[in-house]
Design a protein around this ligand. Structure first.
Ligand SMILES: CC(=O)N[C@H]1[C@@H](OP(=O)(O)OP(=O)(O)OC[C@H]2O[C@@H](n3ccc(=O)[nH]c3=O)[C@H](O)[C@@H]2O)O[C@H](CO)[C@@H](O)[C@@H]1O[C@H](C)C(=O)N[C@@H](C)C(=O)N[C@H](CCC(=O)O)C(=O)O
Ligand SMILES: Nc1ncnc2c1ncn2[C@@H]1O[C@H](COP(=O)(O)OP(=O)(O)OP(=O)(O)O)[C@@H](O)[C@H]1O
Length: 483
C-alpha cells in the first residue's frame, strides 16, 4: 500500500518533502522489528518510551514515524503527530491489512475467568460443525492449524490484525483481556459475537477499582459489527448490569443465566451437566470436563452455537472427543487412590470454585499448593487464602512468578499468614515449588487429593530443585519416581 493511502485519514501538516507514492512494507511499534519502508509507531509505554527509539527506527529504514510528541528536529523522514499512538497503531494496522476482521467471523471473549476454556470449547464445537477456527489467546495463537507461542493473552494491535489477515480459517476466536482493551490492542477489530463471562476480583493493581475494571471489559461491546451480538452471563451482577446497558443501546443481547426470561435459561446445573432452555426447548449439555465453572463456559459457548442455528442437543455428543484444556482441571492419578489436580485458578472465586468441584468429586482431605504473583494485585491475597483454608485441609504456600519481587519479601508475607492461621488451619511455607509438590505427594495417604494452582499450563520462570519446568511435569516426574 502507498504511503498516501495509509495517511488518507490523517493530516500530515507541514513536513519536509515526502513521497506519497512510497510503498509501505509494514508497521510496528518496535524499532527492533523495523525494516526498509515500514511505519514506526512510537509508544510511551509502561517500561520504556518508544519515542527514544525513533533514531533506531530511522537507522533500520523506517519510512514514516508516528508519535505523540512534537516532531523531533531535523528528522529526515515524515513525522505524523497523533493524540494516541496505541490507537493509531490499531487504526493503521487495520488499514494496512485491509480491514481483515470485516472479512471474517470474529468472536471475542472477555471476563476474569473462563476465557481460555470457553475459547477451546467454541473452537472444538465449531470444528465439529465442519468449520476451521483460528484461536488468539493465552495458551497459544493457532492460525491455519499452526500454533505459535504468545507472550500476552491479547497481542498488540499490529499483531492482532496481522493474525486475522493471515487466517484462512472460517472463524477467529479471540480472548480479550482488559489490559488489551484499555491499551487499544483491539483498535479497529470488529466482532460478530462478544461474550462476557464474569467479573471477579483481579487486576486491581492495574484498574484500581472494580468499576474501572468493568468499564474496561465493557469496551469490547462497542466493537460489535452493526449486526453483531453480545452473549452475557447474567448470573454475574456485572453481566446483568452490562446486559441492561447494551439492551438500552439497542444491541442484540443473548442472556445466559438462571433467570426465567434469559434467552438461554439455565434450568439445572448438576452432576457435570447444565440444562438449558431456549424458546421452550430444553437441552442438557455436558462439557466432559470436571469442574462446575466449566458448565458456565459450555453454556456460553453453546449460546453461540445455537445462535448460529446448530442444535444444542448435539453438543454433549460433540464434546466426547474434546481433548481438554492444558492446565485447567488437569487430573493425574498418582498412587493408591491419591489424586492430583493442576489448575490455573488465580482469583479467590476460581480457587473456591475448583475446591467445591473437587469436594463434589469426592475429595475430603485436600492439600492445596499455591503462591502469590509478585508485582500483581495484592488486594486479592487475603480472599485467596480464605477461599483455600475454607475448603482444604492443608495449605502449602510456595513460589509463583515473583516478577522481580525479592523472594524474602514474599516469604515474610507467607510467614504472616502462617502466624494468622496458627492453631486454626495448617498453613506451611515451602518456597521451592517442586519440593512443595513433592512433600505433598510423599505425605499423601489413600483418599487424599492434592491441588496445585496458579501456573496451569505455564512454564516455570524460576529454576527449582527438581528437573522439571511445569506443574504437570513435576507431578508426572514424581509419579514416575514412585514406581
Ligand atoms: C504493563 C503492560 O500491560 N505492558 C504491555 C504493553 O507494553 P508497553 O507498550 O508499555 O511496552 P514497553 O516495554 O514500555 O515499551 C514501550 C515501547 O517501546 C518500544 N521499544 C522498546 C525497546 C526497543 O528497543 N525499541 C522499541 O521500539 C516497544 O516496542 C514499545 O512499543 O504493551 C505490550 C504490547 O501490547 C505488551 O506486551 C505489554 O504486556 C506486558 C508484557 C504484560 O505483562 N502485560 C500483562 C499485564 C497483560 O497485558 N496481561 C493481559 C492478560 C491479563 C489476564 O490474565 O486477564 C494480556 O492480555 O496478556
Ligand atoms: N466460568 C468460570 N467461572 C469461574 N472460574 C472459572 C470459570 N472458568 C474457568 N474458571 C477457573 O479459572 C481458571 C482460569 O480459566 P481460563 O483459563 O479459562 O480463564 P481465563 O479467563 O482465560 O484466565 P486468564 O485471563 O488468567 O488467562 C480455571 O483454571 C478455573 O479454575
Amino acid at each position: 500500500m502507498k504511503l498516501k493511502q495509509m495517511l488518507s485519514d490523517y493530516q500530515l501538516g507541514e513536513q519536509p518533502k515526502w513521497d506519497g507514492e512510497q510503498i509501505i512494507t509494514g508497521i510496528s511499534d518496535s524499532s527492533r522489528d523495523i525494516a526498509d519502508g515500514m511505519i514506526f509507531v512510537a509508544i510511551a509505554g509502561f517500561e520504556q518510551d518508544g519515542h527514544d527509539y525513533i533514531p533506531h527506527a530511522i537507522e533500520q529504514g523506517a519510512a514514516l514515524i508516528v508519535g505523540e510528541r512534537d516532531c523531533p528536529e531535523a528528522l529526515p523522514i515524515p513525522y505524523l503527530k497523533v493524540a494516541n499512538s496505541r490507537q493509531a497503531l490499531g487504526q493503521l494496522a487495520d488499514k494496512f491489512y485491509q480491514h481483515p476482521s470485516g472479512r471474517k467471523h470474529v468472536i471475542g471473549i472477555t471476563g476474569t475467568n473462563g476465557k481460555t476454556t470457553t475459547a477451546f470449547f467454541l473452537k472444538h464445537l465449531l470444528e465439529q460443525q465442519g468449520f476451521s477456527v483460528s484461536l488468539i489467546g493465552t495458551i497459544y495463537n493457532e492460525i491455519n492449524g499452526i500454533q505459535y507461542p504468545t507472550p500476552n493473552t491479547t497481542p498488540n494491535a499490529e499483531k492482532v490484525h496481522e493474525l486475522i489477515a493471515a487466517s484462512q480459517d472460517d472463524f477467529v476466536v479471540i480472548e480479550v483481556s482488559s489490559h488489551g482493551l484499555t491499551q487499544y490492542r483491539l483498535e479497529g477489530v470488529a466482532f460478530d459475537y462478544a461474550l462476557f463471562m464474569n467479573l471477579q476480583h483481579d487486576h486491581l493493581d492495574y484498574h484500581k477499582t472494580m468499576e474501572a475494571y468493568f468499564e474496561a471489559k465493557a469496551m469490547l461491546f462497542d466493537k460489535l459489527k452493526p449486526n453483531g451480538k453480545a452473549v452475557v452471563n447474567t448470573d454475574d451482577i456485572w453481566g446483568l448490569k452490562l446486559a441492561q446497558r447494551l439492551v438500552a443501546k439497542g444491541i442484540a443481547v443473548i442472556t445466559v443465566g438462571h433467570q426465567d426470561d434469559a434467552v438461554l435459561s439455565i434450568k439445572k446445573m448438576t452432576n457435570q451437566v447444565v440444562t438449558l432452555a431456549v424458546s421452550g426447548e430444553t437441552s442438557a449439555l455436558d462439557p466432559h470436563m470436571p469442574g462446575e465453572h466449566n458448565l458456565y463456559d459450555i453454556a456460553m459457548a453453546g449460546a453461540v452455537i445455537q445462535d448460529l442455528s446448530y442444535p444444542l442437543a448435539d453438543v454433549t455428543e460433540q464434546m466426547r472427543s474434546f481433548a481438554g484444556v492444558p492446565g485447567r482441571y488437569e487430573f493425574v492419578h498418582l498412587k493408591d487412590g491419591v489424586h492430583c489436580i493442576i489448575d490455573y485458578a488465580h482469583t479467590p472465586e476460581a480457587v473456591s470454585s475448583i475446591l467445591t468441584s473437587m469436594r463434589r468429586d469426592g475429595a475430603e482431605r485436600i492439600t492445596h499448593i499455591f503462591g502469590f504473583r509478585g508485582d500483581r494485585d495484592a488486594s486479592k491475597r487475603d480472599e485467596m487464602i480464605a477461599a483455600s483454608t475454607g475448603q482444604s485441609s492443608r495449605v502449602i504456600l510456595t513460589t509463583d512468578d515473583l516478577n522481580g519481587i525479592p523472594e524474602e519479601m514474599m516469604k515474610q508475607e507467607y510467614a504472616a499468614y502462617q502466624h494468622k492461621f496458627a492453631g486454626m488451619h495448617k498453613v506451611d511455607v515451602m518456597m521451592d515449588r517442586t519440593l512443595a509438590i513433592q512433600a505433598a505427594v510423599n505425605e499423601a495417604r489413600e483418599g487424599d487429593w492434592i491441588l496445585v494452582t496458579g501456573k496451569g499450563h505455564e512454564k516455570y520462570k524460576t529454576a527449582y530443585a527438581l528437573p522439571t519446568s511445569s506443574d504437570k511435569e513435576t507431578v508426572l516426574f514424581l509419579k514416575s519416581s514412585e514406581k
